[in-house]
Design a protein around this ligand. Structure first.
Ligand code: UDP
Ligand code: MG
Length: 337
């Protein structure tokens, strides 16, 4: 179902109890700035175990603009965003984190750019306040590395805070891949894209849900879904190793001819360990890709919805979208949302 003149805002939430109310209040203020457009606020609960769900549900019951999509368990940030996009009914959809690191006050500027005719308006982090030096540095290295490995133009210093037009959102809904790197998928779509700069603030409350282990998984998803360069690495290492072996062979002949007898044990050990290491690395890289083929081939749905909380949901037929329509490859918005 599609609703005219509505800006949908999708918020993935995983244990953000102290951020729900402040976010809601700021969104409420912000919505006045893009009036006469209406607001639709979609909280996607990603298996929170704290007080987030009751707080969001209370908001949904008193404010008809708010809906809560409660996922059946923790599916991860990228899938929570996907669930929100699938359920959004507005003319455009904005994705924003629940922790107020991305200020809602930027949304009216995004809406303006969309009204100028852009399909994707992404937030560019001009500065990142309140994030550790290590996080900033790893993010920087990762985005620059990814840029070199893929033909898709993925902008640097850009997160998932962005606005999508109805048709861009419909295209994204059609992409049902499992290990999702949503910001890359959005770049892949193309259409008319632009950025607005903003200062990424410190978290309002709570702590990051992205420990280094999860960041690493996220980075690997980004690389493996947009590049096969790592697979080629094996070939290059192979060439380098055999080139080196050939040169070394020549030097062995020379030494033999000059009568120098070499003990050789250390050399053999080093060469063996080195080559063994390279082989294991290459196997690991292939494993990363094969593992993803494995999850993909099972064709499971991306997420499971436990329930949708909305005031008067009963008298709004069709709020439950046909999630499987998107899985069948349909990008027709009317049949999805
Ligand atoms: N999040 C989620 N599921 C998860 C992890 C995070 O929905 O498994 C949400 C989280 O509640 C927040 C957003 O994703 O709204 C970004 O997470 P976080 O702020 O922890 O990431 P960071 O900003 O530190 O990279
Ligand atoms: Mg955050």
């Amino acid at each position: 179902m599609h609703r005219d003149g509505v800006v949908s805002v999708v918020v993935p939430v995983f244990n953000e109890e102290a951020n729900i109310q402040p976010l809601y209040e700021r969104m409420d203020q912000v919505a006045r700035r893009f009036a006469p457009l209406d607001l639709e606020l979609l909280f996607v609960d990603d298996g929170s175990t704290d007080d987030s769900v009751p707080r969001m549900s209370a908001l949904a019951e008193e404010d008809p603009r708010v809906r809560v999509i409660k996922l059946a368990r923790n599916f991860g940030h990228q899938l929570a965003i996907t669930a929100g996009l699938d359920h959004a009914q507005g003319d455009c959809v904005v994705v924003i984190d629940a922790d107020l690191q991305d200020p809602p006050e930027v949304i009216p500027r995004m809406v303006e750019r969309w009204q100028d005719g852009f399909d994707v308006v992404y937030g560019v982090r001009e500065r990142r306040d309140g994030e550790g030096a290590m996080k900033r540095w790893t993010a920087k290295v990762f985005y620059r590395l990814l840029r070199r490995m893929t033909k898709v133009e993925i902008p640097v210093d850009v997160g998932d805070f962005r606005l999508l037009s109805r048709r861009a959102a419909a295209e994204l809904r059609g992409m049902r891949e499992q290990d999702r790197f949503v910001r890359g998928l959005v770049s892949w779509i193309g259409l008319r894209q632009t950025g607005v700069e903003y200062v990424r603030e410190a978290r309002h409350a709570g702590e990051t849900k992205y420990p280094y282990r999860r960041m690493l998984k996220f980075a690997l998803d980004g690389i493996t879904s947009f590049s096969i360069v790592p697979l080629r690495l094996a070939t290059w290492l192979g060439y380098a190793a055999s080139g080196f072996a050939f040169v070394y062979l020549l030097s062995v002949f020379v030494q033999k001819w000059m009568g120098a007898t070499v003990e050789g044990w250390a050399t053999i050990m080093v060469a063996m360990l080195f080559l063994g290491g390279i082989q294991l690395i290459c196997l690991g890289i292939m494993g990363e890709y094969i593992g993803r083929i494995f999850t993909e081939i099972k064709g499971r749905p991306l997420y499971v919805v436990d329930e949708v909380v909305a005031s008067g949901a009963g008298d709004r037929p069709g709020v439950e979208p046909d999630r499987h329509a998107a899985e069948r490859g349909s990008t027709d918005l009317e049949s999805v949302g």
